[in-house]
Design a protein around this ligand. Structure first.
Ligand code: 5GP
Ligand code: ZN
Length: 139
C-alpha cells in the first residue's frame, strides 16, 4: 500500500499520530477532524496515499466514497444536523491543505454562514454548452 512518510494522514493510518477513529476497513479509515467546523465534522480517507482525485485509483476512490456515505448516515442519525455536505478538495486553489485524498463529512446548520455555498445565478447557456464540449473532449 502506497505510503508517504511525512504525510499526516498516512501517519494516522499507521497509528503514529493519535486520532478519534470512527470506522475502518481494509481500504479506508474515518476519523474526527481536529478543527471541526461543527460537531460531527469528520474525514474519510483511503488508507493508501494518493494526493488528489487526479492520482487515486477508481477502486480506492469508490471505497472511500462508500465509507463516506456510511459515515454520513451515522452522523445524520447521531447528530441530526439540518443538512450535511460531502466535500472533497483537490489542490491549493480548492483549499486542500493535506495532500492525502479525503472526504469531509460536514454536518451543517441552517444559516451557519459557511462560505462554501453560492447563490444560484443563471449562466450563459452558450458558454455552458461550449465548456461542456471541452470537458467531453477530455473524457
Ligand atoms: P483540507 O484543508 O485538506 O480540505 O482538509 C484537511 C483537514 O484535515 C482539515 O479540516 C484539518 O483540520 C484536518 N487535519 C489536519 N491535521 C490533522 C490531524 O493531525 N488530525 C486530524 N484528525 N485532522 C487533521
Ligand atoms: Zn498520505
Amino acid at each position: 500500500m502506497a505510503r508517504e512518510p511525512n504525510c499526516i494522514f498516512c501517519r494516522i493510518v499507521a497509528g503514529e499520530i493519535p486520532s478519534d477513529k470512527l470506522y475502518e476497513d481494509s481500504e479506508t479509515l474515518a476519523f474526527m477532524d481536529i478543527n471541526p467546523v461543527h460537531d460531527g465534522h469528520c474525514l474519510v480517507i483511503p488508507k493508501a496515499h494518493y494526493p488528489t482525485v487526479f492520482e487515486v485509483t477508481p477502486d480506492a476512490f469508490a471505497a472511500a466514497a462508500c465509507t463516506a456515505a456510511k459515515v454520513a448516515a451515522a452522523v445524520q442519525t447521531a447528530l441530526k444536523p439540518d443538512g450535511l455536505n460531502l466535500i472533497q478538495s483537490n489542490g491549493p486553489g480548492a483549499a486542500q491543505s493535506v495532500p492525502h485524498l479525503h472526504f469531509h463529512v460536514l454536518p451543517r446548520r441552517m444559516r451557519d454562514g459557511l462560505l462554501i455555498n453560492w447563490g444560484l445565478k443563471p449562466g450563459d447557456r452558450a458558454r455552458i454548452a461550449e465548456i461542456a464540449g471541452r470537458i467531453r473532449a477530455a473524457l
